[in-house]
Design a protein around this ligand. Sequence first.
Ligand SMILES: Nc1nc2c(ncn2[C@@H]2O[C@H](COP(=O)(O)OP(=O)(O)OP(=O)(O)O)[C@@H](O)[C@H]2O)c(=O)[nH]1
Length: 500
Amino acid sequence: MKLSLFGVGDAGTRLVDKLLQAEVETGRNFTDGNVLAFNTAAEAFGETDTLPEERQILIGDTHSAVNQYVEPDADGPDTDTASATSRDHSPGVAGDPELGAEVADDELPEIRRALDLVDDTEVDAAMVVAGFGGGTGCGVGSVLLEELKSIYEIPVYVLGALPAADESDERAHTAARAVRTFVPLADAVLPVDNDAWARSTQPLTEQYDEINEMVATRMLSLFAAGESDPATVSEMRIDPADVMRTLAVGGLSSIGHASIEVDTSDEGLLARLMQLLGLAEETPDTQTDAATIKRLVRSALNSKLTLPCDIESTDRVLVILSGPPSDISRKGFETGRYLLEEETGTVEVLAGDEPLPNASEITATVLFSNVTDVPRIDELQERAVAYQREQDADTAVIDTATSIEGATAVAADASTAAPDDESDHPFEFHGTEEQQENGDAHGGDTVSPDADASDESTATDTPDGDATDGSAADTSADSDTATEDGDATTAAATSSDEHE
Ligand SMILES: Nc1nc2c(ncn2[C@@H]2O[C@H](COP(=O)(O)OP(=O)(O)OP(=O)(O)O)[C@@H](O)[C@H]2O)c(=O)[nH]1
């Protein structure tokens, strides 16, 4: 399928650049150059290899609160005025998603002009790519996502990196809020768990390239699959509609991936050629072939997922087998599919192949859509809750010190904060009117109606509005308000309170 890509922030810029590189290296094209990257600091643009310069859009450079960090002069004192601010030497919005959203709001005309460079009539879907813990990724990303959703009829997905466990609580808090904001707005969210992919022996920043490459491989296997040479005949060829149908349930998705070498010896090639030409009957290897494909699909199931999760909690599954057509027998195909039905407990398993006649391996890529049992998201939310409590406590201490009725005033203000339904702040809790009426503010079916505690895993709010359920937006505002009312609209309003 054809996809337009919108990188946001440093992670988004690097990931989009890596995806473009992977297109060049593999000859598999799925963007047709429909890419853009937005950033509040120019640094990451300088690291790109493939992303064209005219597609790199710097925003916020005239905003007084945004640091455009200039490398200090080696011989003299640092005279960069921005670096004298309390916001450190960090460039751009320096981890502040409020500022990121503000900058994007202010620069919407510039963003819209840039969007004109992308031909949305030529693509099946759009994808925002960002680091969830980034001030730019989360803040600018949410405004951009909202904009794309309002102008496009095609699905808009989000792909993004979750911060690792050893990153700051602030990053975790921002990431939890990003999940909370992106899930109801996007048609599907595909997080990549940096923590699961990073080795503890090396700093995360030194592993970005490797992780991004892993992401690019999976993204291409999934989204570029239908774009291979149409001259190669395959009755099971993957259809873009299958990918979109799988993702249409919304929520969080995860990808598994595994490959095996195929027999490229002269004998093996000859046997395959004979089969292709119809000069050979089903070979005695056909059964082995089915068993091999089954093993391959099992390896993909057991592989490290982009977002580790319980695969039994998925709603829909898609498997794509890429490789030489003669090596992917129908029987093998069906065996793999049956295995997936068994292992995930869902009958919604779609399957297709990507014929690659010259490939030396067969690859199985499995997409698990709307997974709800995701320990990493639970963890992020717990950290976000703890961090928010700390922040709130600090604020209360300051207020008590500066005002006689300080603490009481804080509590009273917070508990009576009026929901602001009119605000269109991007951190608001959005959802379709229908979802709001149903008390389901999430895209797709990610909210369990029984509001069981285990539902926290999807970063979704529970309809009973329990403020202790760990959802990021609940932590960002007064819990009294959320508990009293508890519907999705109130959650939105309480979330936006924090940003005012
Ligand atoms: N996988 C991967 N993750 C990244 C990469 N760069 C950053 N991250 C992750 O994304 C998070 C956000 O970092 P940035 O992308 O630098 O932040 P930003 O969106 O540019 O926003 P600022 O906070 O303003 O710098 C980090 O905490 C990391 O977890 C990358 O190249 N690859």
